[in-house]
Design a protein around this ligand. Structure first.
Ligand code: BG6
Length: 471
């Protein structure tokens, strides 16, 4: 039985500014945290200087999107292109660039779905305030968002605020946290997180004030954590991993206050952020219109006791920042029932059905997937093509999971595979590709940057044209 997707389902594809645009300092753009970090690795892999060269080839790329039949394109605006130093003068060239993109998309019948902030804080704000540590950064963000709503809000009705606040907060480099003292570092992190919540709330309000018919949401990094065994303490550990890494963030956006377990944790660690009494009303009044989620994989956890050397709440040293273990709470383990991508992401379409049901039942807000994809090396074969059946298989399984969730009663708005064209991976340069369109370059050789639709492009085109009935 084919799945029944809503008539106006937004079959989309996604990207982000620093990963696709290049032109990192052209036409007045300021340097961002994403540029700064990528330049540290310029001798080993691709950086943000050229990326996919979308800044110069956007017309060709949007023509490909038209050919694909996209209904929506989720992309991000670079804050530092609009306001190069983060809170100073507006750069007319930046406004002009995104205006052209929006007009072109609309002329191709593609709905623009705009993210305001995708890991690329203007670096000037780091120098000035240590970025999100300062409340000033939240106000600067609100002002930047207002500039975008005023200039683009007549044409753009779907907005996303922070991309993956919950995930970026865990990664020191993304937040530009350089403090080495463990306690101080966590205190800064909690304060930054709070200021991003405040910025989110101020931005929701601004969008509803300025954009007629505007819809706005966060884009959360989502996953499911399974218990390693059916021992109650493992079940609870798995639950905690979800609560602490994702759910607290959604709860904060939807209800405007930290859930009890999270506040208790902040109190136990002595990291409760500075919050002003008037913030409560701002946070609680900000009602998002939908939830956007990025989904790549699932995790498995078991209980992880504290001991005399490792107090509760201490992250295990040496663990990667995204999936860290925490003493007294959980330990992440490999799920041997699932296969993993070349880069270790455990592939799990059923997990997507679980997440969608979970969020819908909890928040009753319509959902859109703004990222989902397989990051892997691709080979340009002698016939001049990219035969990426593995990507087709991955996307097909995940679209089926969405179809199943719709059957379960979940209200779905759309689906955007990551990514529309190959782009700079957030950590692995151009070796790790996600695109429906191949970009002919490698990490260290720009070649001709030609655009070559992969087999997955033609397959997805057919899916769109049959509204998901033929997968
Ligand atoms: C998401 C980010 O977390 O994961 C994207 O929003 C990123 O920016 C994607 O590209 C895949 O991660 P990576 O590290 O493989 O690029």
């Amino acid at each position: 039985m084919p799945y029944k997707f809503p008539e106006k389902f937004l079959w989309g594809a996604a990207s982000s500014a620093f990963q696709i645009e290049g032109a990192w300092d052209e036409d007045g753009k300021g340097i961002t945290v994403a540029d700064y970090n990528s330049f540290k690795r310029s001798d080993k892999q691709a950086d943000t200087k050229v990326a996919s060269d979308f800044y110069h080839r956007w017309e060709e790329d949007i023509e490909l999107m038209r050919e694909l039949g996209l209904k929506a394109y989720r992309f991000s605006v670079s804050w530092a292109r609009i306001i190069p130093d983060g809170d100073g003068a507006v750069n007319p060239k930046g406004i002009e660039f995104y205006s052209k993109i929006i007009d072109k998309l609309l002329s191709c019948g593609i709905t623009p779905f705009v993210t305001l902030y995708h890991f690329d804080l203007p670096y000037a704000l780091v120098k000035k305030y240590n970025g999100w540590e300062s409340r000033e950064c939240a106000y600067a963000f609100e002002r930047y968002a207002r500039v975008c709503f005023e200039n683009f809000g007549g044409r753009v009705k779907y907005w996303l605020i922070h991309n993956e606040q919950n995930l970026m907060m865990r990664v020191d480099e993304r937040m530009n946290i350089t403090e080495t003292d463990t306690f101080r570092k966590e205190k800064i992190r909690a304060q930054m997180d709070y200021h991003m919540f405040l910025a989110h709330a101020l931005t929701v309000k601004a969008c509803h004030e300025i954009v007629d018919g505007g819809n706005i949401a966060c884009a959360v990094s989502s996953t499911v954590t399974y218990p390693m065994t059916n021992k109650p303490e493992d079940v609870w550990a798995a639950r905690l991993n979800n609560l602490f890494k994702t759910d607290y963030c959604l709860d904060m956006h939807v209800y405007g206050e930290y859930p009890g377990y999270y506040m208790r944790y902040l109190q136990e660690q002595n990291t409760v952020p500075d919050m002003r009494p008037e913030d409560k009303a701002i946070l609680q009044a900000a009602k998002m219109d939908f939830i956007a989620l990025n989904y790549y994989r699932t995790l498995t956890a078991r209980a992880f006791p504290e001991d005399s050397e490792h107090p509760k709440g201490l992250r295990q040293e040496g663990m990667n920042e995204v999936d860290y273990d925490m003493y007294g709470y959980w330990k992440i383990e490999k799920n041997t029932n699932l296969t993993a991508s070349e880069y270790g992401a455990q592939i799990d379409p059923t997990g997507l059905r679980i997440v969608l049901n979970d969020y819908w039942q909890r928040y009753r807000l319509p959902l859109i997937i703004t990222e989902n994809g397989l990051g892997t090396a691709d080979t340009l074969t002698e016939d001049g093509k990219i035969h990426d059946d593995y990507r087709i298989d991955y996307i097909r399984q995940h679209i089926k999971a969405i179809g199943a969730a719709i059957d379960d009663g979940v209200k779905m708005m759309g689906y955007c595979p990551w990514s529309v064209v190959d782009l700079l991976s957030s950590h692995q340069g151009f070796r790790k590709r996600y695109g429906l369109v191949y970009i002919n370059r490698s990490d260290m050789d720009l070649k001709d940057l030609a655009r070559i639709p992969k087999d997955s492009f033609y397959w997805y085109k057919h899916v769109i044209s049959t509204n998901g009935e033929e997968l």
